[in-house]
Design a protein around this ligand. Structure first.
Ligand SMILES: Nc1nc2c(ncn2[C@@H]2O[C@H](COP(=O)(O)OP(=O)(O)OP(=O)(O)O)[C@@H](O)[C@H]2O)c(=O)[nH]1
Length: 304
């Protein structure tokens, strides 16, 4: 039996369902999903282990038109990722018409296919559960007309429809090779990045303005307390900074009398405790870093 191993990544406009699909394929929550767009800032890998193959999924921050320096950096990151993978899954949600954002990405994909390694691009029609058969067929035809695809696969990450088919298609594009990760390994994302994502997700919850583009989360430290662990469960101090661009945004995050920040803290803490298997004392600080999205120095400091 020949073994295949390699990398795949999903691209698609914000909210296309990339993170949810990664989770469905890997079978465990590794990438952080959110109802709000553009929450995935960091590359998160999930690994599908099979007897005949190992598929390493790289979850990209989404490809979109650069508006600010941050956008340009994200796109550079996405392009770097794209040239390193063996197959790309281009996610197009079935419940939304093919729009200018999709066409922009489709153009980038044709470029990728032309120069570089000729990386195959699989069109993945996501959220198939949200539309009827007729509308799905229409959407598939619109997607077919959008570019040259190695395959077109409709899936639903939430119902599980065709997730196995997509897995086979992606694996089919991987080169022969040995396993790249030890069995059982699900993600190599550093814990601090996942902690930051949990805080970011909690902080964005229920906020209806443009905060997603203005919020950066940095984990300063995760340290174990010296005191003996209660019932063998260790106690960790987790110190986190939330950076916003304006005082008004700071006020939104903190809420009246600090009420909102306390809610953010307790929600994030539950997730972090589950992730790290420890009791956590979570210390959140909100700071204003003016125009951090446009300032290369600030971006560097914030890890972009
Ligand atoms: N009904 C349905 N909803 C889905 C499906 N996949 C994702 N969603 C929802 O769509 C929203 C966006 O999903 P994500 O996986 O966070 O999307 P994403 O492409 O990773 O988004 P960004 O991180 O913003 O780029 C979430 O509310 C998901 O619950 C699906 O198969 N069916």
């Amino acid at each position: 039996m020949t073994f295949h191993s390699g990398f795949a990544c999903f691209v698609g406009r914000p909210n296309a369902g990339k993170s949810t699909l990664t989770n469905a394929l890997v079978g465990q929550k590794v990438a952080i999903t959110s109802g709000r767009p553009q929450t995935t800032r960091h590359t998160v890998r999930g690994i599908v282990h099979r007897p005949d193959a190992q598929l390493i999924l790289v979850d990209t921050p989404g490809l979109h038109r650069p508006r600010t320096l941050l956008g340009e950096r994200l796109n550079a990151l996405v392009k770097d990722t794209l040239t390193e993978v063996d197959v790309v899954g281009f996610c197009l949600p079935a419940d939304q018409r093919v729009g200018p954002g999709d066409r922009f990405i489709a153009e980038q994909m044709s470029e990728l296919a032309r120069d570089g390694r000729g990386t195959p691009v699989v069109a993945v029609v996501t959220k198939a559960d949200l539309v009827g058969k007729g509308k799905l067929a229409e959407h598939l035809m619109a997607v077919q007309a959008l570019g040259e695809w190695a395959d077109i696969v409709p899936v639903s990450a939430t119902s599980g429809y065709n997730v196995d088919v997509l897995e086979n298609v992606l694996v089919g594009h991987l080169p022969e090779g040995t396993p790249l990760y030890a069995e059982g390994e699900l993600t190599d994302e550093p814990e601090a990045v996942m902690v930051a994502e949990l805080v970011r997700e909690a902080a964005l919850e229920g906020v209806r303005d443009e905060l997603p583009h203005s919020l950066a989360v940095v984990v300063d430290e995760i340290v174990a307390r010296d005191e003996p662990a209660a019932n063998g469960v260790p106690m960790l101090d987790v110190r986190v900074h939330l950076f916003v661009e304006r005082d008004s945004q700071k006020a939104i995050i903190i809420g009246k009398g600090g009420a909102r920040l306390r809610d953010v803290g307790s929600q994030a803490r539950r997730g972090i405790e589950a992730l790290l298997g420890a009791r956590v004392y979570l210390d959140l600080h909100v700071k204003v870093a003016k125009d951090w999205q446009r300032d290369p120095k600030q971006l560097g400091k914030l890890g972009f």
